[in-house]
Design a protein around this ligand. Structure first.
Ligand SMILES: Nc1ncnc2c1ncn2[C@@H]1O[C@H](COP(=O)(O)OP(=O)(O)OP(=O)(O)O)[C@@H](O)[C@H]1O
Ligand SMILES: [Mg+2]
Length: 476
């Protein structure tokens, strides 16, 4: 019990709730990374567009100045500062104009960022490049201001401004994502917990408690009345537990009853044995009336004793598991044939085809009862034939195949009567002869199965053919 308890707590250490919440958070984070990539690329391109627009405004301001020579260093500095640029190039109608500070050397651009190129994967790669590889490189932004379609501007500036803003943007997105993931996971978790986890836990607890004492009707689960799959599972579980509970009670009653029957039966058999002795003595009396009735009295008593004995055997046999020993099969079958009364009848021949030295692992007492029952049935069937029928034969056949051992009992009698065929292997139902209990075949089948094998009827044209099939592992 202790070991089972510990497996239970081990398996619930990472229970459904834990797995659910980690899976939900992981899934939301993956989704958010997928959304983040295009949005940061979009942020970058909008930022660059803004630079191009500002540069466009600067270009128009310069156009109003009749001669570039008139631009004072102060004006240039203001213009560049408003665009946060180091230098500007304005190209219009084949002419290009460079606006740079005179007090600083002209910087050299490390890479170009062309805003006219809107290829999505490239945008994402460029954005990642600035975030992960960027520092303070100089970039050349190229673009077309929206209100001056015939002008191309180039802005030379440090990427540091862009990178700084992209990092802030990414950080904000990260915190927002984390918040959304946790909030969504919590909401989904609460919902699923109510919907699934709690009812499943309740059922699991109930199963464990019911398994401990299935005789206690209070432990049968009360279905919550939900109309979905969980409700159905609860209803089915309740039904199963109720069935189990009543089956268990029934079995207990039957066991008590069986014990009582066995006791009565035992006494009955002894009383009948006493009556049998008396009837044997009565049969020796010379009174013709007695002579006529005595044989019937004797057979009736014989049957009654037989019946009592078979029922006792049946009850006893069920409870004991086989004790396996190496056994000489041929000898075991020979002994069984004697117990089955085959030698007592001169008109019935017996053939034992089991090879010498065939040793198998079985419970000799139980296993021989299979063959005593089968051969006794064969003898009884052969004896009950009309006078003048051909000589009766009971044969034992043996075959060892790669996956089983077959031991067959065959006779050339009349075959199974319909009643026996219809109730084959049903206790008390399958007897086709007067005074039969209908237990012989049932017992033989149960013993075969307890040995890991099977007993079956092999269809034949004539006579009866039963097969005991044992697993190959039975061969010693
Ligand atoms: N070899 C056989 N040939 C013909 N009928 C058979 C043969 N074996 C069994 N039967 C039929 O099957 C019936 C059931 O057999 P089973 O051994 O189970 O019960 P039983 O012989 O009637 O009673 P008991 O419990 O005393 O053996 C028999 O009554 C008989 O009619
Ligand atoms: Mg029988």
């Amino acid at each position: 019990m202790a070991a089972q308890k510990s497996t239970e707590s081990e398996s619930t250490r990472f229970g459904l709730s834990f797995k659910l919440i980690t899976m939900i958070i992981a899934m939301i984070l993956v989704v958010e990374v997928v959304i983040y990539l295009p949005s940061v690329a979009n942020f970058r391109i909008r930022w660059l567009d803004d630079r191009v627009q500002v540069a466009g405004v600067a270009a128009r301001v310069i156009e109003t100045v009749p001669d570039t020579m008139d631009l004072t260093p102060e004006m240039v500095s203001n213009l560049l500062q408003s665009a946060r640029a180091e230098a500007l190039v304005i190209r219009k109608a084949g002419r290009s104009q460079l606006i740079e500070r005179s007090d600083m050397p002209m910087p050299v651009a490390t890479f170009a960022a062309d805003t006219r190129d809107r290829d999505a994967p490239a945008l994402i790669l460029n954005a990642l490049d600035i975030i992960f590889r960027g520092s303070d490189r100089t970039m050349r932004i190229i673009g077309q201001p929206a209100d001056a379609p015939d002008t191309i501007v180039e802005v030379l500036m440090s990427e540091a401004y862009l990178r700084e803003e992209m990092l802030v943007y990414s950080r904000n997105i990260f915190w927002l994502s984390l918040f959304v993931a946790v909030a969504t996971a919590a909401a989904i978790f609460l919902f699923l917990n109510r919907l699934l986890v709690r009812p499943i836990r309740r059922m699991t607890r109930n199963m464990i408690s019911f398994r401990e004492t299935p005789e206690d009707a209070h432990r049968i689960i009360q279905p919550s009345g939900r109309s979905d799959e969980v409700g159905m599972a609860e209803k089915e579980l309740a039904m199963m537990e109720r069935d189990l509970y009543s089956m268990l009670r029934q079995k207990q009653h039957l066991a008590d009853l069986g014990l009582a029957v066995a006791k009565i039966n035992h006494d009955l058999r002894n009383t009948l044995s006493a009556a049998q002795m008396l009837s044997d003595q009565v049969a020796t009396l010379e009174d013709p009336q007695v002579q006529r009735l005595a044989p019937r009295l004797v057979t009736t008593l014989d049957r009654a004793i037989n019946f009592a004995q078979s029922v006792l055997d049946y009850g006893r046999q069920k409870s004991e598991p086989p004790k396996f020993l190496p056994v000489d099969l041929r000898a075991l079958i020979d002994e069984s044939s004697i117990d089955a009364g085959l030698y007592a009848n001169q008109n019935i021949g017996f053939e034992n085809n089991v090879p010498d030295d065939m040793i198998i692992n079985v419970d000799p007492d139980q296993f021989s009862r299979i063959f005593v029952n089968l051969m006794k049935n064969a003898r009884e069937a052969l004896e009950n034939r009309a006078a003048g029928a051909e000589g009766g034969i009971v044969a034992i056949l043996f075959e060892e195949t790669p996956d089983a051992i077959h031991i067959d009992v065959q006779d050339n009698g009349p075959g199974l009567p319909p009643r026996a065929k219809e109730n084959l292997f049903v206790a008390f139902e399958g007897s086709g002869r007067a005074g039969g209990t209908g237990l012989g075949l049932v017992i033989a089948k149960e013993i075969s199965e307890a040995h890991g094998g099977q007993l079956s009827l092999v269809p034949t044209e004539k006579g009866t053919h039963f097969r005991v099939k044992l697993p190959v592992s039975a061969a010693a």
